[in-house]
Design a protein around this ligand. Structure first.
Ligand code: ZN
Length: 467
């Protein structure tokens, strides 16, 4: 069943591609690039990320790009990659950026069924750490650029490819790269590490998310200290009891509903695909974000609460020092996913208010930049929509496959770019079944059948936006 559909999909789209323009990148070559890239363990602390950057550089130089246009900066124990492809003539339009990341999450070979840092092709899948996140799309972008270059096509505006070195960990190199990009000046950025499509159980494409906003991420450490004392002489100021109350108040707090054009469009589109109470609430909220009944339904559902508000959740607790002593110190960790446009300071002062305990002291944990949603640009939306619609061409009943704007809970490199004022859009070429997605987990994989449509995806988007 899956194989039949995959062939039908490949056939239908190759007809479209052949009639529209020259054939996109060669799938066998892209597959080799992907498999070899998985063999370079670009994990934090292993020192191999610069080698992966050089591997990509050599591939692009072999395809005809100028080595002088490719820069590899070693920094923060890793490396950033940057290539500029200049327009043939002085371009009227500002440059655009393509982005991805070089690094992958660590993997323990003892836990894996196959060696994580050797790509293994089996049963129609390619297995390996990073093969989905984010080496698949990076290989597809590079293969597409190489094929376009070799075919003699030249962009009408500059196209830059940026690959960051520590997206999965500190983001220090990512932040540096976003600053460098801001100095060059980009009209917008297309992130291969966000957005993407879903396949149903029969491997038919059924949705596509164009990521245009991300919530920011913050951890707060809330500590209560107390003189303590002997457990046989209890006091009213028991720190564990107090933090328990604080924790319950935070967990029970209802953050005010918020919206932007991305979440409204996303909920409106999702509502069209369901007829239950949740779907009705999505439609009502999209039409009127002040609809209290709709808010109550969306708030009660774990899948939608984060789409309409900031969320803050107690996630860790530590405290006390002996079974027979009054606790002297208790710390509660609260993790927040903050709605675009709301400051971290505003969330902290709201937490302090909710806590209703003036003895709580705050310490800063991890926090990411607070970024606005990127405005939905008609040119980007149309280009992505055309690439997505081509997937469904020829498949009965799938002609209305839509690129739906979406907001993620965070975080990708786009937060650093949006913080620099560069509108950023997650436009991954990868369509996956939910049950095949093991990014960051064991047995990470991608379907081999995803390669050819992914090459057409990038080819179509680049020809429309830079041709
Ligand atoms: Zn990633």
């Amino acid at each position: 069943m899956i194989r039949t559909l995959a062939i039908a999909l490949a056939l239908s789209v190759s007809i479209t591609a052949a009639s529209a323009h020259a054939a996109p990148g060669d799938a066998a070559e892209a597959r080799t690039l992907l498999m070899e890239s998985v063999g370079i363990a670009s994990v934090k602390g292993r020192g191999q990320t610069p080698a992966l950057a050089r591997f990509y550089r050599d591939w692009l130089v072999k395809a005809g790009f100028n080595a002088a246009d490719i820069q590899i900066d070693e920094l923060a124990g890793t490396a950033n990659f940057h290539m500029a492809w200049r327009a043939a003539v002085t371009a009227k339009a500002k440059p655009i950026a393509l982005t991805g990341h070089l690094d992958v999450v660590e993997a323990n070979p003892a836990d894996w069924e196959r060696p994580p840092f050797t790509a293994v092709a089996e049963n129609g899948y390619i297995f390996g750490r990073g093969v989905q996140d984010n080496k698949f799309d990076v290989a597809m972008m590079i293969a597409t650029l190489a094929k376009l270059k070799a075919s003699g096509w030249t962009p009408k505006r500059d196209i830059h490819l940026f690959l960051s070195g520590d997206e999965e960990t500190e983001g220090t190199a990512s932040a540096v790269q976003a600053k460098q990009a801001a100095a060059i000046g980009f009209e917008y950025m297309l992130n291969s590490d966000g957005g993407g499509g879903g396949l149903d159980a029969q491997s038919k494409p059924f949705f596509y998310k164009l990521q245009a906003a991300e919530k920011s991420y913050a951890d707060f450490q809330m500590t209560i200290t107390d003189p303590g004392g002997h457990s046989s002489t209890p006091t009213a100021s028991n720190a564990i009891a107090r933090i328990g109350l604080v924790s319950a108040r935070i967990a029970g707090h209802r953050w005010p509903a918020q919206f932007n054009e991305i979440t409204r469009a996303s909920l409106a589109q999702a509502a069209r695909q369901r007829s239950d109470i949740l779907g009705q609430a999505m439609a009502r909220f999209a039409a009127n974000p002040a609809d209290a009944e709709a808010i109550a339904v969306l708030r009660a559902n774990p899948g939608t609460i984060g789409q309409i508000a900031t969320t803050c959740v107690p996630t860790m607790i530590s405290g006390g020092h002996a079974p027979n002593a009054l606790p002297q110190r208790v710390t509660l960790t609260v993790n927040c996913r903050i709605f675009p446009g709301t400051s971290i300071a505003a969330v902290q002062s709201e937490l302090a208010r909710i806590a209703e305990d003036p003895g709580v002291r705050f310490a800063a944990g991890i926090d990411w930049p607070v970024t606005p949603a990127s405005p939905l640009r008609p040119d980007v939306t149309a280009a992505v929509q055309a690439a997505v619609a081509a997937r469904a061409a020829g498949l009965p009943g799938l002609l209305d496959l839509k690129a739906t704007p979406g907001m993620d809970a965070g975080a990708t490199d786009s937060v650093f770019w949006r913080a620099q004022g560069i509108p950023s859009y997650g436009v991954s070429s990868l369509f996956m079944r939910q049950e095949d997605s093991f990014a960051h987990g064991l047995n990470e994989r991608v379907p081999e059948a995803a390669i050819a449509p992914a090459l057409r995806h990038w080819d179509s988007i680049l020809r429309r936006l830079a041709g």
